[in-house]
Design a protein around this ligand. Sequence first.
Ligand code: ATP
Ligand code: MG
Length: 363
Amino acid sequence: MYNKAIRVLNIFKKYGYQAYIVGGYPRDKILGIKTNDIDICTDAKPREIMEIFDTDGVSDVGYGSVRVIYKGVIFDVTTFRRDIKYENNRKPIKIKYVTDLKKDLLRRDFTINTLCIDSDGNYIDLLDARKDIDNKIITTVGNPRYRLKEDSLRILRAIRFAACLDFNIDDKTKSYIKKYGYLLKYLSNSRKKEELDKIFAARNKEKGRDLIIELELDKYLGLDNLREIELCDDIIGIWSQLHISVDYLFSKVEKDNINKIRLMLNEDIDAYSIYKNGLYVSSVVGNIKKISYQKINKIYTSLPIKTRKDIMVNGIEIANILNKEPGNYLKEITNDIEKKIVYGTLKNDKEVLKNYIISNYGG
Ligand code: ATP
Ligand code: MG
């Protein structure tokens, strides 16, 4: 990937343009973190980028960004620009293309995200990114007072980088995060959730949580009991424990799992609850309650049945055994034998079940 990116930079050079790898990739390379996302910046305009890479396919032109696919790898290529005007403390509504790399770097969020790599693989460091990366410091490019206010997403990005990279946010940036935290109210819920998911999955999620609380952002994020929850390994496990007062979007599967986890958190964990909730939900609940995955997995794998279908007699057979028409009563019997089989007090064997049904429900 890296070699292909360097080749892309050299193609730009051949056409007389400047181009650099910028942002997350150089930052993470210094830190020894593997990344699959490579952002490139260039003085070529979107139309020119599209012309140069036409044969390999180009799509999605946005705010000076072009998605270039080079030998099967996707690169987000962004034309050097200056953001002129912001709307609603978020998107720049007016941008101006520029030809100077430094001007482009000055519009970026944090100094750690301004390190570049040139077409020879050399680092280019115009804004002291390296110093802040080495000192593990997150600080805005320019005065945080203006940089956070013009785009409130940066508030959450700062916390995300602190949690994911285990960095500290510099004091001045921190004080303005606190001051402008209320602007998060205007940030779309999907952007908020995207960053929160990354914070909850981060290497140092405790740091992320502590910063959100310290900087009093929990109320603007609608996370009322954030300080009380157990930070487990699973994002959905974290969301399940939160009392959320903002309308965050979850998929149907996620919603189902959240509901199951919430219910199971109030139950005792035993063979039957693990059987009912399945391995995933049970292991998340186990994680929250500090029961090891090994223990949950052992109980799950030793279950005599995994689903109701595994019971050796079905509803129709039970009705036949009892010489009755099928009806609602079957539910009670099935529940009873299912529970006893799961707890190991009744053998899942046709004859054994038949005898049990006759002696307990026959006549
Ligand atoms: P990662 O890809 O690991 O999430 P990243 O730093 O590459 O981190 P991207 O969202 O890919 O983040 O953005 C690429 C670069 O664009 C950033 O490094 C930063 O320089 C700039 N950038 C992204 N979002 C903003 C923003 N809201 N304000 C200013 N600059 C930004
Ligand atoms: Mg990136």
